[in-house]
Design a protein around this ligand. Sequence first.
Ligand code: IPM
Ligand code: MN
Length: 360
Amino acid sequence: MKKNIVVMEGDGIGPEVIKQTLKVLNSIQNRFDHDFSYKKVLSGVKSIEKLGDPMPKKTLKECLKSDAILLGSIGDPKYDHYNTRRGMRPEDGLLKLRKEMGLYCNIRPIINYSIIDKSPIKKEKLKGINFVIYRELTGGIYFGKKGVYINERNEKVAYDHCIYSTKEIERIGKKAFEAARMRRKKITLVDKANVLETSRLWREVIKRIGLSCYPDVKLEFLYIDHAIMKILLNPIKFDVILTDNMFGDILSDGASVITGSLGLLPSASIGKNNSLFEPVHGSYPEAKGKNIANPLGSILSASMMLEHFGLNKEKKIVEKAVKSSMEEKICTSDLMTNEKCSYTTEEVGDYIEKYIKIHC
Ligand code: IPM
Ligand code: MN
């Protein structure tokens, strides 16, 4: 299979985890005779410093032409001055990319591999956890009108407008229902319908779609504050969690605790014509260049990309290799009980690359 993949290394640990991911993809491509071409494009801080723009037109154009985008991670504390450098943070580039490419459907699976002992959740509650968050990614408070002004009492005032249309809710809703049908047939819509008008619209639309098109899927509702508690107390009960942009952002970091490390979490962002795959973890600037970052979130994101291409056999072998690395305790320090016995980013990548060469 021929695929044109745009690679954005991004900031912090991004280049290091992407390096391991490309090693893994290359061993897949060799074993299965695919033709993956990689085009590296400028992103994050490098793009700001070279071109004065976190998401230049040229990068966007390459992304729009691609079959998929692989992204490392975005963000740098050097650019934490939002007020003085408006629109110039690396994160602004990522948000622009999501919006311009129409990547409205963000999929974040939460799986506990029960191999690693790092989860703070009791062992007996961890068995068989396998749920997935469907987060709306191009609407809501992230993209509504925002502003800062001085009011009549000479105080500084700021606002962020949360806005959702029926169509925006319908399209992600359908994706979540389709996913639930292939899984355990249960959706939990997480919102704040006791307070927010947008949440009440979400409930109305999702109920309607459920009743008319997916009566076989059980639909339940939870308020965000209660949801995070229930997810941590009884994670096994969840199958597909559907939610808006902001709540999805908060829930996914919260739920990552279950797996034992945020470094394990992959994600896919899907639009009508394009797709992007990135680990959920951030740029982790403290670890930059130290060869200690966990590459598994990025490698598992690449396996979601293979699945998106319809390469299920290939996806499964990558996942098997990742599981094997954990069983053998070839892991970075975030996954190890005894950190002294941990392996480097590079060594974990080498193990997975080799596993694929030997086992398929
Ligand atoms: C995520 C990140 C981003 C978000 C940031 C980097 C803008 O936290 O993908 O979860 O808030 O969506
Ligand atoms: Mn986040």
